[in-house]
Design a protein around this ligand. Sequence first.
Ligand code: NAD
Length: 445
Amino acid sequence: MTQARLPRRRFLTRSAVAATGMFAMPSILRAAPARQELHVAAIGVNGMGWSDLSNVGSHASVKFVGFCDIDAARFDKADAAFVGVPHFADYRQLLADLGAKVDAVIVSTPDHMHAPIAMAAMKLGKHVYCQKPLTHTVWESRQMRLLATQKKLTTQMGNQIHSNAEYRQGVRLIQEGVIGKVREVHSWVGVQGRQHCNRTDRPADAPIPKGVNWDLWLGAAPVREFAADVYHPFKWRDWQDFGSGALGDFGCHILDPVFTALEIQAPISIEAANGGTTSEVWPGPETVTFEFPGTKYTLGSTIKVIWRDGGLKPPAELAQLPAGVDLPGAGSLFIGEGGVMVLPHVASPLLYPQEKYADMKLPDVKGTSHWHDWVDAVISGQKTTDGFEYAGPLSETVQLGNIAARLPGTKLQWNTETMAITGHDSAAAMLTKSYRPGFEVEAVV
Ligand SMILES: NC(=O)c1ccc[n+]([C@@H]2O[C@H](COP(=O)([O-])OP(=O)(O)OC[C@H]3O[C@@H](n4cnc5c(N)ncnc54)[C@H](O)[C@@H]3O)[C@@H](O)[C@H]2O)c1
């Protein structure tokens, strides 16, 4: 399918212009290699935003036309690397003021603002690179996917390890049947809620630092008082109103090669176990069991993918590890008919039992830059492998896990066609949320 194109004027490469003889050019420009310029705006320019914009900006065709951050003190790195780019505090102002000067937008804000910002940009026809998890709710992930498809935009979720050689090797081994059809997958990460686990209160307020626009930081979320060293920066991820807990933080990374390798898309049931949760923060150690319809890479009509975080790991004996070897701190364990594959987060896959795979050479698979892949795809009007058509269902799954996490011990039945959690009204209500006026996300019709 042809994707939305950049404005034609930016497609005229220097060599193409020279060839048409449209106007005389200095010889230095005539000799220069063909270039196409992509005008990018970055929203959230520090933390992961810095990593995103510096990687996107290292592409020779990228020119930044706007930087947006709600914290005036956090532009320093971006400004030092890309001099003279206009600043904005409010993404709505950036989009309104820059208009057609922007071709593409990077969204690297806390999770609760991904959808309001990315949907506003996509409505205007901008291509989007958006951090993981794609969105804060299941419904938002569905809308992001629908709008990207409807507008024929080139999109990419920011789970950059998707494009690493190690994850691609793991995918290749599974799809080549090296361990046979897959019977079950276990995925895990060590982290849990970083410091606010099991908290029920909201910390006392504190003066808002000069330069921080707390109202814009809250954005779509219900108003609450500012508190120092609790939300902004980074620590928001523990709080249900803003972040998505350990599962949201790492699920879109670690479950990504599971989704790609097995070609699974939407679970049919989800059940969580944890030590209890509060209405404010995400739970501590948890296990979430997802059941998916089987695919040509799996054994049986359904397959279980079992997620653990907060220090929980699958039983090591499932991996048939050699003596003295332990499971890595994070990763996935694929249990196949003929052997097992451990795919650490992030390192090359390991195959067991060791004797069986001793002579096995890992496939020579190259990694690429996830950020440059997106830029190249935007310029050439192609799709990426991690566009919202793929990333939407992955993020929906992660956020379904977070609904289950709030109702531990309840097996939820999910119908992806009708977007319904059947027979459980309070779970169904968590598929979406309400928005503060001015930051709404509209349904795609
Ligand atoms: N892919 C990865 O490996 C990876 C790693 C870390 C974080 N992340 C993701 O990146 C995103 C940001 O996480 P972080 O840890 O960098 O958070 P952070 O709080 O450290 O940084 C967010 C930045 O965005 C700014 N910001 C906040 N709200 C904004 C708004 N409404 N408009 C404009 N700017 C705003 C903040 O001032 C800050 O500079 C999250 O979605 C997170 O899940 C991804």
